[in-house]
Write a protein that binds this ligand. Sequence first.
Ligand code: COI
Length: 351
Amino acid sequence: MKITLTKNKKVKPDFSKLGFGKYFTDHMLTMTYSDGKWNEPEIRPYEPVPMDPCTNVLHYGQGIFEGMKAYKTPEGKITMFRAYDNLRRLNKSADRLCMPNVDIELVMDGLKQLLVIDQDWIPTAPGTALYIRPFMIANDKALGVHAAHNYIFFIILSPVGSYYAHGLQPTKILVEEEMVRAPLGGTGECKCMGNYAASLFAGEMANKKGYDQVLWLDGKEHKYVEEVGAMNIFFVIDGVVITPALVGSILHGVTRRSVIEVLQKDGYKVEERRISTDEIVKAHKEGRLNEVFGSGTAAVISPVGVLNFRGEDLIINNNEMGPISRHAYDRITSIQNGTAADEFGWVVHVN
Ligand code: COI
């Protein structure tokens, strides 16, 4: 692999005020695809990428991405959390968008080298990590609508704090009953750029009303819960943890899967099934809706304190993080940051 180190290292930001996705490290990994094959990956200084205005990703959005995190353990070793799962999901997204698969071992090797080079950018305070953003874009210079023949794969790195400006304070979520994120048969279960573009309008409307994100419902009956803008969603009713089943329009969240595995191992009852807004509102009215929380690489475990349904704010657990959300958060983050044993074999060691 070709490695070109920067001659102009950036001044690092204040790691106590990172926010999410605002700062980027000194280097990035790139790999181009042409003539039916991937060319050798390259690590080079992080910099803008020149692009012809007719490049087809700019017009038709043939692009996919992933999100994972790297950590530094108390012993100073670099680790990643379930990174193979994310790269496998990237290839699934690639299949759905007619894009070429990457060689997972080759990418993993390049990513590890990139992390070692930029390791001073890994923040270590609780609630922080180095966010890893692999993404792939179509790179044909042509306006016809067709699957491209040329692609670029990138990995960029960003030191991050919590995804929501208010940290672990419970989020306010608005249930969206009109617009939908993804119909069955669409691209909802893959991580493609268009899914996020399509979600912006409802998200902006929710923000204007004072809510952080929207809760999406199914595309057919607008009745069954799917996911939130940047996370999968869990409900605790009568002590049972319920999350929507992966019916085809919901992202296969790696953190979602981790929450299910941790909670099941620790003796909680977890159900993956359809759950309707009627069931949730009824449980709330009867005082049986104990907790609601979201899960995601960026969001980690985020408690939901308010769920707005048809203009009414349902207050969840007194607008406080509940015990099961806290348990899932503590279990997963302690495995991630190396303060607890990796009993599930989730940690990928970098050095
Ligand atoms: C993630 O959790 O990594 C995501 O990609 C969600 C969001 C930042 C788009």
